[in-house]
Design a protein around this ligand. Structure first.
Ligand code: PMM
Length: 337
């Protein structure tokens, strides 16, 4: 993998796969697995070999209720892993909300700051602007310790979009170039299962930003809930990868820019399968499946009528409406393929 990050944003490419390496003892999904930097680097390199386009390195758990670790400890966990992966030519993202950690990670070679705070720290935004790195603006309502109690919405999709819009203005006002911003709805951050499903099924609402969309569903508890056993016990996080692949396929069909996953190979495979499906559908032409596919999209409401209709090679009113809104917004209008 070359470290050219701009290449990741060329239109018409596959949905990007971001591999997760959590260097933490307590992440809900893979806590403790990569605590030793050598294991973490090996895991990152293996993910790249399996098809990851970039590796997200984090040193602080964001599971609901998690307490903060001191900045020095977060740096101790993250920096050697970022440095070694970057030295090996891997595109590295740092998952942090702290400006000190983010700046040190950028010094060590990180090309993207994945800020799950939703851009709360002006100093972090100023640093990202100054260094010219890429920035993930994720929707969140507060720190992990209190996020569960903030999962209260009237219309979750409209509110998440509106709150991200306010944060995006702050991000741009801080001087971060718009073409360096990626938007993330923050699945599981101050959201119940029902909120997560509502967001996933209406992802086309995020096209209003005209920016690439990154979505993280991997091993999250709303999948455990769907897969609950007969006693209503949620499926544990280490047995949610198959369900994650289902979401990855649907997200790729809906043309999201990237998925953030722990199991890279099946995600990379799913993305390629979706592309083959779409190409075949496009080759078949726009009219043959029109009546049937419209019926399917209407009946299921799956992920995003735009994605499903596109997969059948159809012109699609939801997508056209979104493009019009992007044009109206005056923003640069990165448009999903
Ligand atoms: N989820 C987690 C951590 N970081 N970053 C982004 N951009 N989006 C996410 O959905 C996201 C994230 C929590 O999952 P983990 O503990 O498995 O890393």
């Amino acid at each position: 993998m070359s470290a050219d990050v701009a290449e990741l944003f060329r239109p018409g490419e596959l949905t990007r796969v971001m591999g997760v390496v959590n260097v933490t003892p307590d992440s809900f999904s893979d806590g403790g697995t990569f605590l030793d930097p050598i294991d973490a680097v090996r895991a990152g390199l293996r993910m790249v070999a399996e098809g990851a386009d970039l590796i997200d390195v984090g040193g602080e758990s964001t599971r609901p209720g998690a307490l903060r670790v001191p900045a020095a400890e977060e740096m101790r966990r993250v920096l050697p892993v970022v440095a070694q992966l970057a030295a090996a030519g891997v595109r590295v993202s740092v998952d942090t909300t702290r400006v000190s950690v983010a700046a040190a990670a950028v010094d060590a070679g990180a090309v993207l700051v994945n800020d799950v705070s939703g851009g709360r720290d002006p100093d972090l935004l100023a640093m990202v602007a100054d260094r010219g790195v890429y920035y993930v603006l994720m929707h969140a309502r507060g720190p992990s310790a209190t996020m569960a109690e903030q999962a209260v919405y009237g219309d979750v999709v409209a509110e998440v979009v509106a709150e991200l819009d306010i944060r995006l203005e702050a991000v741009l006002a801080a001087g971060i170039a718009e073409e360096r911003v990626i938007i993330d709805p923050g699945i599981g951050f101050a959201k119940t299962s029902a909120h997560n499903w509502a967001l996933l099924s209406q992802l086309h609402a995020f096209a209003v930003f005209g920016r690439p969309l990154l979505v993280g569903t991997s091993r999250k508890s709303f999948l455990g809930t769907v897969l609950a056993d007969g006693q209503a016990q949620p499926r544990p996080s280490d047995a949610r990868d198959d369900a994650t692949q289902a979401t990855t396929a649907l997200l790729a069909a809906a043309d999201v820019w990237g998925v953030r996953v722990h199991a890279v190979r099946p995600a990379a495979d799913a993305v390629r399968v979706v592309r083959a499906w779409k190409r075949s559908a496009q080759a078949a032409g726009p009219t043959r499946l029109a009546a049937r596919a419209t019926g399917i999209a209407g009946a299921t409401g799956i992920v995003d009528a735009a994605g499903l209709a596109d997969s059948a090679g159809l012109a699609d009113s939801a997508r056209i409406a979104d493009s019009a809104r992007i044009a109206d917004s005056g923003r640069t209008g990165w448009s999903p393929r």
